[in-house]
Design a protein around this ligand. Structure first.
Ligand code: AMP
Length: 312
């Protein structure tokens, strides 16, 4: 396996400001990440759901290109993680309606033996203590990156700080970087986070793009200017999926990333892939657009995005 993600597989409720909402749709940090990363390279998924998890969602995940579900545990007698979110008028900010942790407070799923020597690992949103426990099971990792969010910063800050000492990179939202550091300025917040140990921090700013604060430099990438925004859920996770997926693919090919998968220029270029894949995720609810997305569509938009970045 080139890449493994540990994270949540859940059932979401999403409310948007234009009267459209969906209840009981497929979601979860691990799902969005894997759906995006699988467009670039084979990705294994480590997560657990309860026996209430709809069979059609399992079929949907198993049908995603590049996604291996050997690490997706269905636990008898347990209940699946559920989350509800409501977007504000700007579609860029949201409030959490509810979080039912359910299976997330039980023992985490085991990392399958076949994934343990995976070189690239992404710890998608989960309790930082659980993320750390899972991280330790990967024996040959060359690049390990974590994501986090408001709930975990509030509930498990100390564990998160310990985790940061053991990862190469951290991906988080603008508001969360401020919540974690007390600094509203992205560069200041990023530099503060580097003091905990990671080599780089990627701060996502929704429609305003993403900033890379790396020990070797700072870079900014704009978001792809999207015309269709139906449901921003999963944009952050699929951004990370495109970013990590493109690095893992290049590493497996023996490209520049093989030398140092966490180098400034490698991460910066990978962020462009993350940006483009995330711009598809938001066009539909759940995996409506991301799931069936073809490599040709992805490549076409990537080239358009590259063209937009170029200054004559
Ligand atoms: P994003 O929009 O990229 O931040 O990710 C949204 C997804 O993360 C949704 O599908 C949720 O099921 C999942 N999610 C929401 N809250 C949490 C949490 N506290 N821990 C892990 N996953 C979460």
């Amino acid at each position: 396996m080139n890449l493994t993600v540990t994270g949540t597989v859940g059932i979401d409720t999403v409310v948007t400001p234009h009267g459209e909402h969906r209840e009981g749709i497929l979601g979860g940090s691990g799902v969005y990440f894997a759906a995006a990363a699988g467009k670039y390279t084979p990705v294994g998924m480590v997560a657990a759901v309860g026996d209430d998890f709809p069979a059609e969602f399992r079929t949907q995940i198993a049908g995603l290109s590049g996604v291996d579900t050997a690490g997706l545990e269905v636990r008898a007698g347990s209940k699946t993680f559920r989350w509800g979110g409501k977007y504000l008028d700007d579609m860029d900010h949201r409030e959490t309606l509810f979080t039912e942790l359910n299976i997330l407070i039980e023992a985490p799923p085991p990392v399958p033996g076949a994934y343990a020597d995976c070189p690239v690992v992404f710890l998608a949103n989960m309790h930082p203590g659980v993320q750390h426990g899972l991280a330790k099971q990967f024996t040959k990792k060359r690049l390990i990156v974590a994501d986090t969010m408001d709930l975990w910063i509030g509930a498990a800050r100390a564990e998160l700080e310990v985790l940061l000492g053991d990862v190469d990179g951290l991906v988080l939202n603008y508001d969360e970087a401020e919540q974690l550091t007390g600094h509203r300025n992205t560069v200041t917040a990023g530099k503060r986070l580097l003091e905990f140990g990671p080599r780089f921090v990627v701060v996502k700013k929704g429609e305003h793009g993403a900033i890379l604060v790396h020990r070797d430099g700072i870079a900014a990438l704009p978001a792809f200017p999207a015309e269709t925004v139906v449901d921003p859920t999963g944009a952050g996770d699929s951004f990370a999926g495109g970013m990590m997926g493109s690095i893992a693919a290049e590493l497996a090919r023996g490209g520049a990333a093989a030398k140092d998968p966490g180098a400034f220029q490698i991460v910066r270029r990978a962020m462009a892939h993350g940006t483009v894949v995330a711009s598809f995720t938001i066009e539909q609810f759940s995996l409506g657009r991301l799931g069936p997305l073809t490599k040709a569509e992805l490549d076409e938009r990537y080239h358009r995005y590259m063209h937009m970045l170029r200054l004559e």
